[in-house]
Design a binder for this molecule. Sequence first.
Ligand code: HEC
Length: 241
Amino acid sequence: MVEPREDVTLGKLPLTYRALFTSFLLVMGLGLCMAGAQIMLTHGAADGKMGLSMDDIVYSYYGNRSGSKLESAMTGKMKSKAPAEVSFAMIQWARDGAPAEQWNKLAPLFEKHCASCHDAESGLPEVNKIDVARSLSETDQGASIATLTRVSHIHLFGIGFIFLFVGWIFGMAEFNQRWKIILITTPFAFLVLDIASWWLTKFWPAFAWFTMIGGIGYSIAAMVMFVTAFAQMWLPRWTKK
Ligand code: HEC
C-alpha cells in the first residue's frame, strides 16, 4: 500500500485548508459534546436516576414492561402531585386495563390533581382526557417502530457524512497505514452496530450492551482521529519538514 504523498500530509497543507479543517473538527467536537449531553438528559433519566445506565437503554427501546407510563409517573416523578389513595386508584385503574366504564370515577381525580399542569397549552399529555389517560395506561413498549425508523435513518445519513469528512481529513495524516484504515472504517461499523442494537434491544433487552459498545467504540475512534489531525496540522514536529 502506498503512503500518502509528502505534499498531501496534514502538516503540509496550505494554511487555508488547515484553518477550514480545524474549524470543521472543532464544530463537530462541540456537536459530539451536545449529543452526549442530550443522551444524558433524555435516555439518561429514563430509569428516574441521572446518568446513563443499562436500565436507561432498556427502558428507552424495550420499554418498562412491568408497568405503564401512568404507573411509573404515579410511583415516580408525579408521586407528590396527588394523595396516596388517589395515586392508588389511578394505578389500579391502569392495571385493570383502563376500563372506559370506570372513567366517570377517575375523571374528577385527574381533573382535580393533574389538569392544572397537564392542559392544552403546556405540551404535556392531557391526562384528564380519556383517550390520553388510556394510552398512558398501556404497558410501556419502549420506542415505537416509527420512531426507530425515523431516528435510524437520520443517524445513518447524518453521522455517516460526519465520518466521511473526519476520515477524509484523517486520511491525510502521517499514521501507520494499517491502523489508519482500521480507524477510518471502525466508526462506520460501530455506527451500524449501534443502530442495529436499538432494534435488537426493542425486542431483546440483553442487546442494550451493544448500544453501549457501539457508542463508546465510535467515540474512541473519532477521538483518536481528532487529536491526531489537530496535532499534525499545528505542531511544529509535523508542519516543519
Ligand atoms: C405541578 C405540575 C404538574 C402536576 C400537578 C402534574 N404533573 Fe404530570 N408532569 C408534569 C411535568 C412538568 C411533566 C414532565 C416531567 C418530566 O418529564 O420530567 C409531567 C409528566 C407526567 C407524565 C409523563 C408523561 C410522558 O409522556 O411520559 C405523566 C404520565 C404524568 N405527568 C401524569 C400526571 C398525573 C396523573 C398527574 C395528577 C395526579 C400529574 N401528572 C400532575 C407536571 C405536573
